[in-house]
Each structure stands twice: as structure tokens, then as C-alpha cells.
Design a binder for this molecule. Structure first.
Ligand SMILES: *[C@@H]1O[C@H](CO)[C@@H](O)[C@H](O)[C@H]1NC(C)=O
Ligand SMILES: *[C@@H]1O[C@H](CO)[C@@H](O)[C@H](O)[C@H]1NC(C)=O
Ligand SMILES: *[C@@H]1O[C@H](CO)[C@@H](O)[C@H](O)[C@H]1NC(C)=O
Ligand SMILES: *[C@@H]1O[C@H](CO)[C@@H](O)[C@H](O)[C@H]1NC(C)=O
Length: 185
């Protein structure tokens, strides 16, 4: 009995070590207990003015879709959008949404967003979660998919419920109310 136990232990140790140069044996994955965290904040996406948080990096030289708007079809913006606890930009800034979004709808204006939501205050300072999602901006309430995370939000998955708090269609500026549900380690 004891001999078999020792052999089993030796085998267990051996299989934990990469035996093929650059990869280990594939094993069944036992996930640790997951936690759920709810986040609530406002995102300020400012295209206009002297200090925009979203800047145009590329646009097509020709498009018929939404040509007379700040977001013609095919245009790509890079963002560093502040996240605040209240709807006003004067309220406490707790992080930023860095990434890209593109105007990708031809019939109905819509975006695809590639955003890393990072936090700079409190328990989640230094942690971030990743959004890669279609964003139907003309629907005043919509949802974004959360596809991953870093730090405290490692292996995050979830969703962000978005309500348009403010939108100016002539400038492209917007303030979004975000209610995020994250399941993570
Ligand atoms: C857009 O760019 C392409 C490739 O350079 C060019 O052939 C075309 O004439 C341009 N269209 C307009 C409307 O400028
Ligand atoms: C933010 O607060 C300032 C000063 O109190 C006020 O003038 C402004 O209208 C507020 N903005 C919003 C979006 O509530
Ligand atoms: C957040 O983390 C950074 C990097 O570790 C640190 O420099 C900063 O002081 C922290 N801020 C707060 C408010 O804890
Ligand atoms: C956020 O969404 C959750 C469910 O997804 C809901 O229970 C909660 O009331 C919402 N909070 C706010 C402030 O909207």
C-alpha cells in the first residue's frame, strides 16, 4: 500500500514538470472558487474640444454611411476615457478605459469597442477587465461583453449594462452609466 502511494506521488511530481521542452502534459482543469463583484461608475467619452479623451486615428477616404456625423462608418478612435463615481467629471476619478473603438455599422450606427477598464483607486487599484464587444450606441440601454481581466480580475468574465446618461450627436461626446457584473478568481 505505502509503496504504491510513494509511486503515485513520484508520478504526480514527474507529470507536473514539463517533459517535452516547451509544454506540459494537459490535465483536467480544476477551477478555484469564483467570486462575483459588481462595479458601478460613469465613463466620459469626449471627442470634441481642446482636451478630447477619444481621438480619431484613421478614417476611410470615402464612405456613404454617416458621412456627415463625427463617427463616419470605418473611422477608428483611440481612447483614454476617465471613469468617475458620479455622472459629473468633477466627481472622483477611479480609473480609465483605454483602447480603441471603430464605427462598424453601415445601416444603423454601431461601434465595436476594444477596451481595457483599469482602476487607480481602492481595492482594485492596478487591476483591469477587458471588454471586446459590439456596442449598439443608438440603443440608450445596451450591454457589453467582458472577456477577461488582470490582477484581482484575473480570468474575469461577465457583462456591463450600459445606460446613456448624456449624448451629443453633433459632437459625438457621451457619458455612459456602467453597471458591471464580473465573475473572477
Ligand atoms: C481613396 O483612395 C483610393 C486609393 O488611394 C483612391 O483610388 C480613391 O480615388 C480615393 N477616393 C477618394 C474619394 O478620394
Ligand atoms: C458638473 O458640475 C458642474 C459644476 O458644479 C456643472 O456646471 C455641470 O453642469 C455639471 N455637469 C453635469 C454633466 O452634470
Ligand atoms: C495605486 O497603485 C500604484 C502602483 O502600485 C501606486 O503608485 C498608487 O499610489 C496607488 N494609488 C492608490 C490610491 O492606492
Ligand atoms: C446593477 O445591475 C444589477 C443586476 O445586474 C442590479 O441588481 C443592480 O440593482 C444594478 N445597480 C444599479 C445601480 O443600477
Amino acid at each position: 500500500m505505502e509503496g504504491r502511494l510513494v509511486l503515485a506521488l513520484i508520478l504526480a511530481v514527474c507529470t507536473a514538470i514539463p517533459c517535452h521542452g516547451y509544454y506540459s502534459e494537459s490535465k483536467p482543469y480544476v477551477p478555484p472558487a469564483e467570486k462575483v463583484t459588481q462595479l458601478y461608475f460613469f465613463l466620459h467619452d469626449t471627442v470634441s474640444g481642446k482636451d478630447p479623451s477619444a481621438v480619431l486615428v484613421a478614417h476611410p477616404n470615402f464612405t456613404t454611411a454617416f458621412n456627415n456625423t463625427p463617427l463616419p462608418f470605418g473611422s477608428v478612435f483611440a481612447t483614454d476615457d476617465p471613469l468617475t463615481v458620479g455622472p459629473n467629471l468633477t466627481s472622483e476619478v477611479i480609473g480609465n478605459a483605454q483602447g480603441l473603438w471603430a464605427s462598424t455599422g453601415q445601416d444603423v450606427m454601431s461601434l465595436v469597442v476594444y477596451w481595457d477598464f483599469g482602476f487607480t483607486q481602492g481595492k482594485f487599484n492596478g487591476s483591469s477587465f477587458s471588454v471586446f464587444s459590439r456596442e449598439p450606441v443608438t440603443q440608450l440601454e445596451h450591454e457589453l461583453a467582458v472577456v477577461g481581466g488582470r490582477g484581482e480580475f484575473r480570468m474575469a468574465k461577465g457583462f456591463a449594462k450600459i445606460k446613456t446618461y448624456f449624448a451629443d450627436l453633433t459632437t459625438g461626446d457621451g457619458i455612459l452609466e456602467c453597471n458591471v457584473t464580473l465573475v473572477h478568481y
